[in-house]
Design a protein around this ligand. Structure first.
Ligand code: SF4
Length: 332
């Protein structure tokens, strides 16, 4: 995999585009909207996260949103063109009654005709099963970085804890959304390690979000990265997307956090490198994201169109790869 990262850029892009076209319509982009249903006050210490209670970032701890308010946001997301509605809660691991509340939201959002996704922290096998029964389509739980870099970013939970939650989700038959963050001062070797770990999960995640670090004042990484001047070269970000595409041919590779500060040219290169999913809407949990008009205009200029959702049953570990992500693209 290191050899892929090290390829001359045109060679890597050609390979990524070939794999993308073999598996997807390259003009179709899946659109997700992410809502923070429970903001701030998290007991964890993820060094990039403005929602950790221990960092002074100006994010106030809030209670779980009422279901009516979540539904109003879901309706708005649907009428703005989203096909998937993701609900994020800043918990280390939810209590059973909190999972019950989210299950009610999942049922109601699904009834609107949207795919559903949740990210709630670590889950037990029983909680994953309960979410599956409510109709949850996807669960997001990122590996964040390579196993080697991990302890520099998060201390209270181990890499294995994350793999265990992913296993519970997979065993419950929920689609897995799992990726990571680049630009945290990690090495290329770490980026290789992160993609290699994702690609060696028993089944590739159906969605692979690739985030660029958003430096939020008050978080340890904002300070550290500024001191080190370790801002990631945009071309290296595009390379990461391309390697993810080559290594996980049938996964949705999602441009996630960091697009607000990314040039349109870099985003266009990411689409050429095989990215085929974005978060849509002006806010990603607590950080800014390009407005819907800007995204619509960019997609129009690039000749991209929204992908139609088609949910297939999620494969369980050992059952082979996902046939997920068929689209209704142009001319089909
Ligand atoms: S990334 Fe998630 S688990 Fe980590 S501090 Fe933020 S909300 Fe908590």
């Amino acid at each position: 995999m290191r050899a892929l990262f090290d390829l001359p850029f045109p060679e890597l892009m050609f390979r990524a585009q070939s794999v993308h076209r073999d598996n997807f319509d390259p003009t179709a982009v899946q659109i997700s909207t992410l809502l923070s249903i429970k903001t701030g006050g998290c007991p964890e210490d993820c060094a990039y996260c403005p929602q950790a209670a221990r960092y002074d970032t100006g994010v106030r701890a809030e209670k779980l949103m009422a279901i009516e308010a979540v539904l109003a946001e879901a309706r708005a997301a649907k009428s703005a063109g989203a096909s998937r509605f993701c609900m994020g809660a800043a918990w280390r691991s939810p209590k059973d009654r909190e999972v019950d509340s989210v299950c009610d939201m999942v049922e109601a959002v699904k009834a609107l005709g949207l795919e559903t996704c949740a990210t709630l922290g670590m889950l037990t096998a029983e909680q994953a099963q309960r979410l599956k029964t409510s109709g949850l389509d996807y669960y997001n739980h990122n590996l964040d970085t390579s196993p080697e870099c991990y302890e520099e970013i998060i201390t209270p939970r181990t890499y294995q804890d994350r793999l265990d939650t992913l296993d519970h989700v997979r065993q419950a038959g929920i689609h897995v959304c799992c990726g990571g963050i680049v630009g945290m001062g990690e090495t290329r070797e770490d980026r290789v390690g992160m993609i290699a770990t994702l690609a060696s999960l028993p089944v590739h995640p159906e969605s692979v979000p690739i985030n660029m670090l958003v430096r939020v004042a008050g978080t340890p990484l904002a300070e550290q990265v500024t001191q080190d001047s370790a801002t990631l070269d945009p071309i290296e970000f595009v390379r990461t997307v391309a390697v993810a595409r080559v290594c996980m041919p049938r996964s949705m590779v999602r441009l996630s956090a960091g697009r607000e500060d990314m040039s349109e040219e870099t985003q266009a290169l990411c689409f050429l490198a095989g990215a085929n999913s974005i978060f849509y809407g002006p806010k990603l949990l607590t950080t800014p994201n390009p407005g819907r008009d800007r995204d619509r205009e960019l997609m129009e200029r690039l000749g991209l169109s929204p992908m139609e959702p088609t949910i297939h049953p999620a494969p369980r570990s050992g059952e082979g790869g996902p046939p997920e992500g068929r689209w209704k693209g142009r001319g089909q």
